[in-house]
Each structure stands twice: as C-alpha cells, then as structure tokens.
Design a protein around this ligand. Structure first.
Ligand code: F6P
Ligand code: MG
Length: 487
C-alpha cells in the first residue's frame, strides 16, 4: 500500500550548518566544507588532475637517471620493479582509482594510514576524497614503491632537486652567511632599551626571512629561472619592509613579546615543524641560530619527515646534507674565498649546536600521515605530550598550515585559534605559530574585515591564494602549562 502525502510540506533542501559541531567532525567531514579534487574552483583540481601526475613523471625520470648509472644486476632488477610500481601508481592517479590500503612495508605509520582509509575513505578515489588526504596518500604510495624493495628502501626521488634549490640560491645564501657568520654581538655602549630595540628589529627581519624562505617551494616552482628565484629570495632590508604589507594576518609583534618573555624565564624551548629542504631550511637555521645566540631560546627542536614528502620537505638526509655541504662542500664554484669561509663557519657553529644538544633533529611518524593536526591529540598522544612541553611551536609552510586548519573552506575572518581546534583548545596545547606563504585555498586569521579583504583580492588578483606572494604569521596562545589529560 502506498501513502499519499499531498498535505505535508514539500521536501526541502537541508544545508549543513558550518562549522560542524565537534561530534560530527571527522577526516571526511571537516568543520567547514572540504576541498576535493573535483572542485574546479579550488587548487585541488589542478593539483590532483595535473600537478601530481607531472611531479610523479619527473620522479620517474629521476629514477631512470639512477637506473642508467647502476651496474649490479640484482640492484638494477630491483629498481626496475620500483619504476613499474611508479607507473602503476601513475595509472591509478590518472584513472581516478579508489584508494587502496597501504602494503605493510615495515614503516611505522602503516597502521595509522590503514585505519584512516578503513574508517573514513572506503571506496573514495583520488578525486573525491578530501584533497589533503588524497594528496598525502599519493606521497605515501610513492614511498611504498621503494620501501617494499630490497635495495632502494631509502631512495629519495626528489633529493637531486632539493640539493639544486640550495645551489641555485647563490646570492641569497651568501647574503645571509656574510651577515651571520660572525657571532651576533650588540654594540657595547647601547642603553638596555636600545639593545632591546636592536634585537627586536633583528628578530622582525629574521622572522620575515624565515617566512619568505617558504616561497621557493619546489612542488610549485619547479621551472623557475635563476632571476625569478633571486627576486623571491631577496633579503634586502627595503624589500623586507615592502613585503610586510603582504602579510595579511600578522602577529609578529605578539611573537616578539612571546620570545622576550621566554628569555625573562631563562630562555625557552622552541620547536620548528619544518617544511622545505635546501634554501628554506637554511633560512630556518639562520633564524634558529639567532634565537639561540640572543638567549631567546636555549633549545631548538626541529621536526622533519621520515621519508620524501610533498617534493621538497626536509628529511634527515636533507638536514645532514645541508650542514655537511656547508662545512665540506664545493657547491658554489663562483663563490669568493670570504663567502666560502662564511658559510663554512656558519655550518660549523650549527653542527656544534647539535653536539651540545642545543639543536635536536627529530622525525615522528605522525608527520607523514594523512591526518590533520586536529587529530594529533588523539592519534599521536606521545607527540602531543612532547609538543606540550615546548614554549613555542613554529609550523612552517603551506602544508603544515593546511593540516593545522583541517584544510577546509573556513571564512578568512575565522580566528586562528578557532581554525586550529584542539591544537589551541586542548589542555596543555602549546603556543603555536604558523609561518606560511599562501599557496593553497585555505585562508584564515585575516581579522574582522578578512572576508571583505579576501573578496576584494578574489576580484582583483586572480591566483592570489597560490602565488606565494601573500603570507600569514599567526599565533595561538594555547593552554600551556595545563595538565594534558587523555580520556
Ligand atoms: O600541492 C599543493 C601543496 O600541497 C600546497 O600546500 C602547496 O602549494 C605545496 O603543495 C606545498 O607547499 P609547502 O612546501 O609550503 O608546504
Ligand atoms: Mg613542503
């Protein structure tokens, strides 16, 4: 029997209300609408449809170069199989295939990946899963191509390119090393107030150097000319003053007040969740060096990735390469004797920090998962606890920012604290700073007029969210010192 319902109100379109309530948020349903590969208005579309296949194609070319120089039969055959797996991945990517579980290749993150796929992404494809997850998944699958091999487990398809960004940055590298090779000393006759002001100015400039070091990211700028790189990396004072107006959400003043208060309490621990290797890492280290020398920090912890990630992200190998090439390398054939000496001295000082335990390099498996940092508290409680003991955690770059903010369409006026959820609101959450040049859709923390500002830029400057021309430096106070409780 069928009922006639002609007297009831007609069916209505029920729109979800954003932000979603905490109990309904999960990796497939972020607080605001997710970006997905099929969203043509979003950078997700170009990335999933074109950029990722291009990046994978270049990675295959790199392996072929290595293959052509290999002589041992067992290693050759093993590497050919890696290429076959990469070809298969390329086909899946282009066919918008469903995301399959990760093979148990002995990596520490397999269980985390497969839990996420089973719970939230069964049947989802490269194009209809949330962009952040699908993109991260592609890098995990790329790692799997090598980690199941016998001889090539630690092969890095992006290593050559990462080294190149540094060697192609001659001018900016020496601009900095010639200024910072000598340990930093303040002029003797300055009053305490003038000394503090001199340090503040230096801190502000170095913060910008650290920030803009993020704009030369390989995944976007693969075909840049030397000239374009030079202009992006320019470290001249006038240029820095001009670029500050491009920092659309700017908490640098509060950041300075924070580090000064740390020094008053005998100097704090500052953590960097690193982004890119090569030139950006070099800028991070110049900044961290200043933090140590000025006493603003007494310990700096650097968090890198366990394997190649989003093309240019720092691995332990990149970290060691940078420090060793600075001290022993012959990377800059046109450098003067003074320039070579300056970079060697910088490198030696940084290695000394490592020996003394003032600088520590770490690589937790969580950083290479598809989880956002909203889930850090639950999925990596040990890491949350560890970070909660830091006085300030600086997250570098675009991907970290996407993960902090759940990579969803929150209004640009959304407060940073709200956008990062538990990383600000959980008991014991550390102070968090995001230093990011804007290279993808999510933009928050622009203040009460942020929505209008973003609308104006949408109209006037196409591509403003992916050019790396604009940036944010955002700070969340967190709930430091409170006991972390896991229920
Ligand atoms: O593929 C897009 C992306 O994930 C964006 O987040 C950004 O454009 C780039 O890759 C990575 O940038 P970053 O190195 O600053 O995290
Ligand atoms: Mg990166």
């Amino acid at each position: 029997m069928s009922l006639k319902l002609s007297h009831l109100p007609s069916r209505q379109k029920i729109k979800p209300v954003y932000p979603r309530s905490p109990s309904t948020i999960d990796p497939n349903n972020p607080p605001w609408p997710a970006y997905r590969g099929y969203h043509e208005y979003s950078f997700a579309y170009a990335t999933m449809g074109q950029r990722l296949p291009t990046i994978l194609g270049k990675a295959i070319e790199d392996v072929v170069l290595t293959l052509n120089q290999e002589y041992d039969e067992e290693r050759v055959v093993d590497l050919v199989q890696c290429i076959e797996r990469m070809d298969a991945l390329m086909k899946e990517l282009q066919a918008q295939a469903k995301l399959r579980p990760i093979i148990d290749d002995g990596e520490a993150d397999v269980a985390l990946w497969n839990k996420l796929i089973a719970k939230y992404f069964q049947g989802k494809t490269f194009m209809n899963a949330p962009w952040l997850f699908a993109e991260a998944y592609k890098y995990r699958r790329l790692q799997e191509c090598f980690s199941v091999s016998k001889h090539w487990k630690n092969y890095d398809v992006f290593f050559r390119q990462k080294c190149d960004t540094f060697s192609r940055s001659h001018d900016a590298v020496f601009e900095l090393s010639m200024r910072f090779a000598e340990p930093f000393v303040l002029k003797e006759h300055l009053s305490p107030g003038d000394k503090l002001e001199a340090e503040r100015l230096m801190f502000m400039e170095l913060t910008q150097i650290c920030l803009w070091g993020n704009s030369t990211d390989l995944s976007l700028l693969i075909n840049m000319t030397e000239e374009q790189i030079r202009s992006l990396q320019s470290t001249g004072g006038a240029n820095l003053a001009a670029t500050e107006k491009n920092i659309l959400g700017n908490h640098m003043k509060r950041l300075w007040e924070t580090v000064v208060s740390l020094r008053a309490n005998t100097g704090g621990r500052i953590d960097f969740v690193l982004d890119n290797a090569g030139f950006e890492l070099y800028c991070d280290c110049v900044y961290a060096d200043f933090l140590i020398q000025s006493g603003l920090a007494k310990e700096v912890r650097f968090h890198g990735k366990r394997y190649p990630w989003f093309v240019s992200d720092v691995t332990k190998k990149d970290w060691s390469w940078l420090l060793n090439t600075m001290v022993y390398g012959h990377l800059f054939p046109n450098a003067t004797e003074e320039e070579r000496d300056s970079i060697r001295r910088l490198g030696m000082r940084w290695k000394q920090y490592e020996k003394e335990g003032k600088w520590v390099y770490e690589q937790h498996p969580f950083w290479c998962t598809g989880f956002t940092y909203w889930e850090l508290f639950n999925e990596a409680p040990d890491l949350f606890l560890h970070l909660s003991r830091s006085d300030l955690v600086i997250f570098k770059g675009d991907l970290n920012h996407r993960k902090l903010t759940y990579d969803c369409a929150a209004p640009p006026s959304t407060d940073f604290e709200i956008a990062i959820g538990p990383m600000a609101s959980a008991a014991g959450a550390p102070r968090v700073c995001s230093m990011r040049t804007i290279k993808s859709d999510v933009v928050v923390g622009l203040g009460p007029d942020g929505d209008q500002l973003a609308e104006r830029l949408d109209k006037e400057e196409e591509g403003w969210k992916i050019s790396g021309k604009y940036a944010v430096v955002l700070l969340s106070e967190g709930r430091p010192g409170e006991k972390v409780i896991f229920t």
